[in-house]
Design a binder for this molecule. Sequence first.
Ligand SMILES: O=C(O)CCC(=O)C(=O)O
Length: 389
Amino acid sequence: MAASADAGRRSNDEFIVRALPMMHGTSTARDDRPLAAEVVFPDGAGLSPERALARLHAGRHELRRALQQWPVLCVRLGAAHRALTGPGREGYAGGEHLELHKIFTQPKLREARCTDGVVREYDPQLCILNTGKVDGASGPEAVQWHTDDTYCDEPARFTSLLARAVPVEGRGSTHIQCMHDAFDTLAVQTQERLRHLSAEHVQIQPGHVREFFGRWPAASASAAAGEAAVAEIPAPFVHSNDLESQHITATHPLIRAHPQTGREALYLNLDRMVSVLGLDTTRTCSSSEAGAKEGDDDTSEAGLSLLSDLQRHADEHSAIRRYTHRWQRGDYLIWDNASVQHKAAGKETVHDGDERLFWQLLAVGTRPLTRTQWEEEQQEQQEQEKLQQ
Ligand SMILES: O=C(O)CCC(=O)C(=O)O
């Protein structure tokens, strides 16, 4: 399949990949490329779902390259998705989502510590989450900036959402921002100090009880499908209210190198981070962007205040690129968790009675590395390759 292209737009006979406009932050010194692109079918309205998937599958190498170029990619399935998930096909399993996800990446099994204390992985068919439901009483979840799956040792490289129901007129958007820009716009001395810090992430913050297991069948598109799904959940996964004692934890650098390019990014998820490690050895970590103060006795509080300041820096700096995704039903949106943070626009952007429902899948990732570790790993790989020649 021949692909012809310029920097912002690539096309072949079967689909077109083109850049999407950003909302803010188009003028960073290092990088002003758009964050997001969309994949559209020139003859979309009449396309069958099978044909759409076959085309994407045939163009998978081009699509994977596009995902390296843009950290956010949206496939506009439109009518093809409606046909796939219309009457009689609204079941829980989400096979089409999984099929699409595999065109781009390798699905990651979700991990949880179960009621018997053992950490287990889920079958991908069972790890499709319904997220972002709006029923008038509750707003969309995830309204603060975050990165997914950070409590795992090897957090998900990508997250994808398939939009099954969306509010009309673009309400209930998802915001995405570039964490390479967030790093680049810090003072050089602050960057250097942060390179020596790491943070502890927990699945469940003390005091939070999340109903993981109860959530998916309850929010499933049809009650019958939900019940069938419950019946399929293996016994150890049965929901427990005692999740606080069952959390998974991981420690990751505050500044991570992108696994492919090595480019550094701020790695923040205030929803899961509970402490900063290494602060006492970098006591001069003070600046307007990084608030831990020299001589601060309480490193725990100083750590949390540092994290808040860094997040505020990411949220407020005008040179940080941001993209707002205005959902259309049938959108498959995939983003690179090593490059961006995301959040739901929030309740104020939706109306009572709006429906907003996504399936979510994760992708296999690797342990986040500092730039130094990344360079060492690259060197080792090159030496291995030389030995094998
Ligand atoms: O509902 C949204 O817009 C965002 C969902 C989200 O945060 C997630 O899938 O991790």
